[in-house]
Design a protein. Structure first.
Lengths: 588, 164
């Protein structure tokens, strides 16, 4: 059998399975992190219990995040052949009413309805597709999120999944694959926006026997959860993208790198890899193509810097996640000295569709040199926080106001915090900025990994800067002293200013420290560690001035006390310290 | 717990890691999953099985702040203090939790029932502010909800909890 024939038989089986599912009423519950936090598991348990006790002929399924975090827990009910009807903010108590409505067909009676999704209509319920929140999106990487069961590879395959991999194995050479990615204009979504095809080319050029594709889901940026959201909601698009990257670059092994403790994404990723093995889409001689590729999940401890590419490799090797000197670059000597290629989760999530539909198709979406979409997490003081995938070319104002519904507490937007703590803040004029790597960079804005936190005029810029600097200080790995000591001094100074005990020279002091950090640090953590303060001073120096000169907080949001974690040092326990004469050699 | 039983659990956690790549860090994480903390015996086992010095293991264990070196409380409360949660009132929630637990920061309650940690991001920013109890997330956490949650854990005392 050819690769295409083998894949066809896998696809046929998956489609038959899904077709059988679709002949029953389906009830889906979003149980990704946001749903979990909103109480979705209690709703899921209640639905399963109630459906079983009624003997209801319906499939109750877990799905991931459709992006409307504000409406979680979301439950959607789909009769055979009909659209999905979404109930929002569902409680376990509401479950019997929803099932009554399913039985009677009186959908509107069961609770607050968000709308319908999919072909057809139900009563007079509004279609989600007609609202700006959906219309302004272009869901490519998130195409299946909230729709497929992330724990069932057959649903992903039936939705067109792994067709890109099959195509890459049967019809395309390595060079053609890399050319396809280059022509798509896809750029890395971890923050650096480096052209993905070019990066893959670096690895392809090496003929060492062991080569790695690393998937970065460390995602330490507070305020961003799109990497975890993607892995939790549609892990197979990431697994497939990784295998295709392996095929294109001639790599033989892939690691998905996730922070320990994020059980949802970790469990989904592990399960997806196992299922891909079971279907023969991972392992030896994939689909009889002669190409072999293995994958596993690697975990890190709590460390923000572990998301930096060379520190990530240290953590995979089981060491402290501290950045390495470059050169050598990862494509030359990465994990265990072997050539390695590191991609953000989102970048790889696009790859299956780019290969299946072609680079040209992808390159027509987006704006200028920013092709495709941005996957944004809009949070903070907005009406509709959520995870939205929008084409480049929208303005930040469209995103904040038309999609996220503007400021929730009333009043105007004061600042946007974008691109993680190191990205810094923007003023209200930033709402005019177009989502585009080049235009954003010219405007001093960093898209980073896609987190956008909105704050109203009730917030003092010093207060938010304190939070970001406290984070950066806590997370400095300590390797470069300008970062380790600089962040500590910046934090001390900022706490002094916030508590109205600042000194006239403090702003200049912080600028001097920031400059030193920029010059003397190995990785972005120290290089950009002054951004939270420099950007706050650029847009909101007045807030600092009021603290320094008038001895008060301009908005009253700076509290007198600063609760933040402090780096833990091992608690001394009697008898732990090395026995006399043992020195530092191991007992074992 | 008898030393032998403790060591047996450590050895099992280290040797039964399902993934192909086993390292110092992966072994420590497996032990943390099993015990909730890293005893000296764990440092010894990991050093000997990974053929590195105990110093090397300590270097890794003391670097990542998720590792602790004494048994944690039976229940784990984590309060997110990331920027989104900060804007949505995390500092006030922290004070509330401190008061309810009789703590002044991260740490363990005197009765050993509850450990409090600050988390840099629990990953559910759309539901800020977020707290977690024994790995169950609670979003849009109000002061009252946090009070109820802490009261529930205190009532459970040394029963249940996050340890396996």
């Amino acid at each position: 059998m050819t690769v295409a024939e083998k894949f066809q038989s896998i696809q046929d089986a998956a489609q038959a399975h899904v077709a059988a599912q679709e002949s029953r009423t389906r009830i889906r519950v979003g149980v990704a992190l946001c749903g979990h936090a909103a109480g979705a598991f209690a709703v899921l348990d209640a639905l399963r219990g109630e459906a079983a006790s009624r003997g209801l002929d319906a499939a109750v399924q877990e799905v991931g995040c459709i992006g409307f975090c504000y409406a979680e827990p979301l439950v959607d009910v789909q009769a055979p052949g009909g659209p999905r009807v979404f109930y929002r903010n569902v409680t376990p108590q509401q479950v019997p009413t929803i099932l009554d409505a399913v039985a009677s067909g009186r959908w509107q009676d069961a609770g607050e309805v968000l709308g319908t999704l999919g072909e057809g209509s139900v009563d007079s319920i509004a279609r989600i597709e007609d609202g700006d929140q959906w219309r302004l999106q272009a869901r490519i990487a998130t195409r299946n999120c909230g729709s497929v069961d992330p724990g069932d590879i057959r649903e992903y395959i039936a939705a067109g999944g792994y067709a890109g991999l099959a195509k890459s194995l049967s019809d395309m050479t390595q060079e053609e694959l890399i050319e396809e990615i280059k022509s798509s204009g896809l750029r890395g979504r971890g923050g650096a926006a480096f052209p993905t095809g070019v990066k893959w080319g670096f690895l392809q050029g090496s003929n060492r026997p062991n080569k790695y594709v690393l998937v970065n889901c460390e995602e330490g940026d507070p305020g961003a959860y799109n990497d975890k959201g993607l892995i939790e909601s549609d892990p197979h698009t990431v697994v497939e993208g990784t295998i295709i990257a392996g095929r294109a670059t001639g790599a033989n092994y892939g690691y998905i790198f996730i922070r320990h403790g994020h059980d949802g994404p970790i469990d989904r990723a592990k399960e997806a890899i196992l299922q891909a093995y079971e279907q023969g889409l991972l392992g030896e001689d994939i689909l009889g193509s002669g190409f072999s590729f293995d994958m596993e999940v690697a975990l890190t401890g709590d460390s923000y810097v572990a998301g930096e590419e060379t520190a990530l490799m240290e953590a995979i090797e089981g060491k402290r996640s501290m950045p390495r000197f470059r050169p050598p670059f990862p494509a030359q000597a990465g994990v265990w000295g072997n050539p390695s290629n590191i991609n953000n989760v989102k970048t790889l999530a696009y790859v299956p569709e780019v290969v299946r539909l072609g680079g040209e198709w992808f390159s027509e979406i987006g704006y200028e040199r920013s092709k495709g979409t941005a996957i944004l997490c809009l949070t903070g003081d907005v009406n509709y926080p959520g995870m939205y995938e929008v084409p480049f070319g929208l303005t930040l104002g469209q995103v904040v106001n038309d999609i996220a519904g503007g400021v929730a507490s009333g009043g105007a937007v004061k600042l946007l915090q974008t691109g993680g703590p190191l990205g810094g803040v923007l003023g209200p004029d930033s709402l005019e900025i177009t989502l585009d790597y080049e235009l954003m960079s010219q405007a001093g804005a960093i898209l980073g990994s896609g987190g956008i936190i909105v704050a109203s005029e009730d917030v003092c810029a010093v207060d938010l800067a304190w939070n970001m600097v406290a984070f950066c200080q806590y997370e400095s790995c300590g390797k470069c002293f300008p970062c380790r000591l600089g962040m500590t001094h910046l934090l001390d100074t900022l706490e002094r200013i916030a508590s109205n005990a600042g000194r006239a020279a403090d702003l200049d002091l912080m600028r001097t420290i920031g400059k030193t950090m920029g010059m003397g640090s190995l990785c972005g953590h120290g290089q950009l560690g002054f951004n939270p303060i420099s950007s706050s001073l650029r847009h909101f120096e007045e807030d600092f001035r009021v603290h320094l000169e008038e001895g008060r907080c301009p908005t009253g949001s700076c509290t007198a006390r600063f609760h933040r974690p402090t780096r833990t040092s091992p608690t001394a326990v009697a008898g732990w310290y090395v026995e006399e004469g043992a020195g530092t050699t191991p007992k074992a | 717990m008898a030393d032998d039983a403790l060591r047996a659990r450590i050895v099992r956690a280290v040797t039964e890691q399902p993934q192909p790549t086993v390292t110092v860090l992966s072994s420590l994480l497996a032990i943390e999953d099993e015990l909730g903390w890293i005893p000296q015996e764990a440092i010894e086992e990991v050093a000997s099985r990974q053929s590195v010095t105990q110093n090397d293991v300590w270097a890794v264990a003391s670097f990542y702040p998720n590792f602790r070196f004494s048994p944690p409380g039976t229940h784990m409360v984590e309060v997110c203090w990331g920027p989104t949660c900060h804007l949505m009132g995390a500092q006030r929630l922290l004070e509330r939790v401190h008061d309810a637990l009789g703590l002044d920061g991260e740490g363990d309650t005197a009765d050993g029932a509850v450990t409090l940690r600050y988390n840099t991001c629990l990953g559910a920013c759309g539901q800020a502010p977020v707290v977690s109890a024994d790995h169950h997330l609670l979003g849009r956490a109000s002061a009252e909800a946090v009070d109820a949650l802490v009261a529930g854990l205190r009532a459970a005392g040394r029963n249940g909890g996050h340890q396996r």
